[in-house]
Design a binder for this molecule. Sequence first.
Ligand SMILES: NC(=O)C1=CN([C@@H]2O[C@H](COP(=O)(O)OP(=O)(O)OC[C@H]3O[C@@H](n4cnc5c(N)ncnc54)[C@H](OP(=O)(O)O)[C@@H]3O)[C@@H](O)[C@H]2O)C=CC1
Ligand SMILES: CCCCCCCCCCCCCCCC(=O)[C@@H](N)CO
Length: 320
Amino acid sequence: MKYTLEDQVVLITGGSQGLGKEFAKKYYNEAENTKIIIVSRSEAKLLDTCNEIRLEAHLRRETTDEGQVQHKLAAPLDLEQRLFYYPCDLSCYESVECLFNVLRDLDMLPTQTLCCAGGSVPKLFRGLSGSELNLGMDINYKTTLNVAHQIALAEQTREHHLIIFSSVTALYPFVGYSQYAPAKAAIKSLVAILRQELTNFRISCVYPGNFESEGFTLEQVTKPEITKLIEGPSDAIPCKQACDIIVKSLARGHDDVFTDFVGWMIMGMDLGLTVKKSRFVPLQWLLGVLSNILVVPFYMVGCSWYIKKWFRENDGKKAN
Ligand SMILES: NC(=O)C1=CN([C@@H]2O[C@H](COP(=O)(O)OP(=O)(O)OC[C@H]3O[C@@H](n4cnc5c(N)ncnc54)[C@H](OP(=O)(O)O)[C@@H]3O)[C@@H](O)[C@H]2O)C=CC1
Ligand SMILES: CCCCCCCCCCCCCCCC(=O)[C@@H](N)CO
């Protein structure tokens, strides 16, 4: 199934900001017939985002739409419009069912779905509250699980392209990401199973490294220094650049997508019983095997030593 921006109905979860919004902009500006539905919890943010996307296009004089009228997904549907929003907490299964009932009634079942909703609160395990821990699974795993299930039920016979967003931390879990990485690893596992079961679907999984977004700015505030240090090689790239890399990779037919070199290397090191469809797979596999033998053992010893040292020094500081 070829990936194109044109002639689609695309559902973007987490479309109110960050990468989801970047994708919404891309579809709005670069495709003429594609209908876009952005979903997230906050209606105010969704409204602002729709306004911004339409106004920007209008200012470039590419549309007569002045960006003032808002289009919540509801009957009667304004067929002139291409950008719609729908507020919904996707971690609640019943709410996702309601969303899909609306989509079905309006004959707007998507042909592509981008599961961008997600986010992390990077802190040391003991510093996290119970609600933060639970939100980790809700926001990152359940939002994707619920949407994937409703799509699978809705599109029993038709083809569908499901694009799911995990993270490099699913392949390399490390200090500071206890609230987040396990949920992204769960997504990786779900993807492997859905690829075997949903045979009429194309299922892509993106493992981004750091990129700039509203969510990223927030996470930097609570992120422990040791976490920043370990993820240093994955310097945050602009959101637009991450979006362009992903679109290009999907258009080339890749289904395991990374956004930076470190991500590609780490994907290669993740051997095991999952098939990979990424760029330069034979080279990635070879480098992965070699690194697992020649680099990983030393890296892990060095890393553990460094983390222990950091904790000793930090506990020392706290005690003083
Ligand atoms: N930025 C980065 O460095 C990296 C990000 N990623 C992943 O890429 C994806 C996009 O990241 P980014 O752009 O930074 O994300 P942001 O944190 O900037 O945006 C997250 C979006 O998800 C929505 N959302 C959160 N919870 C729910 C929910 N329960 N139901 C519906 N919508 C929800 C938010 O809106 P609202 O709050 O209104 O619901 C918002 O629109 C995420 O899955 C993230 O984990 C992966 C690797 C690196
Ligand atoms: C031989 C071994 C070499 C190992 C090199 C180590 C480099 C690690 C880079 C990890 C980058 C993780 C980015 C994930 C960001 C993310 O998901 C958050 N921003 C959440 O939003």
